[in-house]
Design a protein around this ligand. Structure first.
Ligand code: M6R
Length: 368
């Protein structure tokens, strides 16, 4: 049932192109983004003037990624908040607030309570969920299912990629409702998403290289992850994967913060994973990150660089270079996350840990 894989997680990493295709399928018909369930009117969607994404763990990271796209496409302010914090701070909610609750299981207690709080305050709730008929979608005003298939590994992989794609569909649905994007622009964005399963398939060809790297750094004390723009939440997700699977100290940082503290952590031999923006798509950020890498390398860090194919400028500073295909900037997390999943799984495996069932963790967290 693991399809020849040693762990469910590796099988689920491999299934990501198919999972993504399934998330997109059926959500764009006759030139329009469509949700699976909608119990509010189109006018209600048009009236939305503020978006909150609430979620936990990896689902929260999917929201952080989506903020960049949703704000860009809809011109609506988007806040992304941990579900466990959201309702305890009296957030400003009303009928025109859309709360997007992202949950693979649809049963996460913190997220469910955040949904209930939002609805008591008259906000509209849209669930992004991987489990048909789960409690969170049942209590929501609209639902978009990710259709990634059941995820057995405790560490989220294919559900995470599917959540990013689904959150993007929510952004496009809002842009379509508000008219901030013309129908042909929505169609173009959707077509770019449809090209992503093939791009993810391509990045899977780096699996052997990344596993080899994982074995070589498995006895490190800690690993840091750096990124900027959409690469920042990818860095957070890479660090979470490593913490939960390999029980290692791992932290993700916004690369721009390095000089504001984290650079003090850099010491000889410390592996630092850097998620590079595209040299063409984000030239300014790219050059800032190249200088960050040269700084940490000069202080002895072992630089592991995830970069777009053909990124020659970063090559001299990369002790290890993992290449990902060139894709539109907002979609890069769908490819750059994959090597980080493989890296965490292989480090855990090398250290002798159960990749599918990390200690102390449950797949679905049904108590607050
Ligand atoms: O089922 P949910 O998406 O609501 O779960 C949220 C988190 O518990 C989950 O993403 C968790 O962080 C994973 N173990 C991460 O790999």
């Amino acid at each position: 049932e693991k399809g020849g894989h040693e762990y469910f997680m590796l099988k689920e990493i491999d299934e990501q192109p198919e999972a993504l295709a399934n998330t997109l399928r059926g959500h764009f018909e006759a030139g329009r983004i469509i949700l699976d369930e909608q119990r509010i009117s189109d006018q209600d969607l048009r009236d939305v003037d503020k978006v909150f994404v609430v979620a936990c763990g990896s689902a929260y990271h999917s929201g952080l990624v989506a903020k960049y796209a949703i704000e860009h496409w809809t011109r609506l302010p988007v806040e992304v908040e941990l579900a466990s914090e959201f309702r305890y701070r009296d957030p400003v909610l009303d009928r025109d607030t859309l709360v997007v609750a992202v949950s693979q299981s649809g049963e996460t207690a913190d997220t469910l309570e955040a949904v209930r709080h939002a609805r008591e305050q008259k906000a509209r709730v849209l669930a992004v969920c991987n489990t048909n008929g789960a409690q969170i979608p049942r209590e929501s005003d609209a639902v978009l299912y990710t259709h990634a298939g059941p995820e057995i590994g405790v560490a989220s992989t294919k559900a995470f990629l599917a959540q990013i794609a689904a959150n993007y569909l929510v952004g496009l649905a809002l842009a379509q409702a508000r008219g901030t994007k013309y129908p042909d622009e929505v169609a173009r964005e959707f077509a770019e998403l449809e090209a992503m399963p093939a791009a993810v398939q391509k990045v899977l060809s780096t699996v052997d290289q990344v596993r080899d790297l994982g074995r070589r750094i498995a006895d490190s004390k800690a690993v840091l992850f750096l990124g900027r723009h959409v690469g920042f939440p990818v860095a957070l997700e890479g660090a979470l994967k490593l913490k939960e699977l390999a029980y290692m100290h791992a932290e993700g940082f916004a690369a721009g913060e390095l000089k504001h503290g984290p650079i003090a952590l850099v010491e000889e031999g410390l592996p630092i994973v850097v998620v590079m923006p595209s040299p063409k798509g984000r030239a300014v950020l790219h050059s800032k990150l190249v200088s960050n890498i040269s700084e940490i390398q000069a202080r002895g860090a072992r630089t592991i660089v995830i970069a777009e194919e053909g990124d020659e400028a970063v090559r001299p500073f990369a002790d290890e270079l993992i290449e990902i295909p060139a894709v539109p900037t907002l979609l890069q997390p769908l490819v750059s996350t994959v090597p980080l999943q493989v890296l965490a799984a292989e480090i855990a495996r090398t250290r002798g840990y159960d990749v599918d069932k990390p200690r102390n963790l449950a797949k679905s967290v049904t108590v607050e």
